[in-house]
Design a protein around this ligand. Structure first.
Ligand SMILES: C[S@@+](CC[C@H](N)C(=O)[O-])C[C@H]1O[C@@H](n2cnc3c(N)ncnc32)[C@H](O)[C@@H]1O
Length: 254
């Protein structure tokens, strides 16, 4: 797992392997976990390796998870606008089933409605392909408690229990497969990066160099939002810590 995705499953959680990989035994016609492991070592086992990563990674997410982060996003758009910037690029770097990039899109939609000269692009990526397929589909059975009250009616179409995001928001996000361990090959710069609740699963010897390399994807002063439990304090001199109320985010050091 660490080799392919950076995600470390600690020894005390080894039961997760059995629980989460059991369904793959049948799907890949393996009579034991040992056989599954051996199959996954084959050079052409990309489909199986993908299925293992999908099963072993945590995809938990929700619309407007940590609402302060989306207030901070609005503030940043306002700041950039006042500086005269009219094109802003945003990356949701471990987007899971799409709730995070679509929340970004709703914020951007509201912002640009009032300031139509502002143009924002939103890229969303994840390592897990089945998860990305769900994100692209944008159909949800739960919208969670953080979604602003009137957004369900404004931005979703309801059919029975299924809520489908309206095309005007869906169409604002481009999705792609990207493994964050390949961060050195990214070769793109974004004004704002959401990289939340993923690097906490990387062991230290992967996480710290990862954040150092991620700084190359931001301009000086560019904004990085990490998860609430992912403090980078003193991790690297490449960022300065900034505040939104009681919460912290980061800016690439100048
Ligand atoms: C817990 S979800 C976080 C989703 C969202 N960012 C949020 O905070 O709500 C973590 C996501 O990271 C993805 N992931 C894990 N390792 C990754 C890697 N090496 N590269 C890209 N995505 C990865 C998983 O597939 C999963 O969808």
């Amino acid at each position: 797992m660490v080799h392919h995705s950076g995600v470390l499953i600690p020894a005390e959680k080894s039961y997760l392997f059995q629980n989460r990989l059991r369904p793959l035994l049948r799907r890949y016609h393996c009579d034991s976990f040992e056989t599954l492991y051996e199959r996954a070592q084959a050079p052409d086992a990309t489909d199986l390796v993908g299925a293992v990563i999908e099963a072993m990674t945590t995809h938990e997410t929700s619309f407007f998870r940590d609402p302060w982060a989306f207030e901070a996003l609005t503030e940043e758009l306002e700041r950039l606008y006042r500086l005269g910037k009219r094109e802003v690029s945003i990356w949701s770097a471990a987007c899971s089933t799409g709730e995070e990039p679509y929340s970004i899109a709703m914020v951007v939609y509201e912002f640009c409605r009032k300031r139509p000269s502002m143009k924002c692009t939103i890229l969303a990526s994840d390592i897990a392909d089945d998860t990305l397929a769900k994100a692209r589909k944008a159909e949800y059975f739960r919208l969670g408690s953080y979604l602003p009250e009137d957004y369900a009616g404004r931005f979703f179409l309801r059919a029975d229990r299924r809520m489908t995001l309206r095309e005007e928001i869906r169409g604002m996000v481009d999705f792609e497969h990207f493994n964050l361990l390949d961060i050195r090959k990214r070769g793109k710069v974004f004004d704002i990066i959401f990289c939340r609740n993923v690097a906490l699963y990387f062991p230290n010897d992967i996480r710290l160099p990862f954040f150092q390399d991620l700084a190359n994807c931001l301009p000086a002063g560019g904004m990085l939002l990490v998860g609430s439990s992912e403090s980078m304090y003193r991790a690297t001199a490449r960022y300065e810590r900034a505040r939104h109320g009681n919460h912290f985010y980061y800016r690439r050091a100048r």
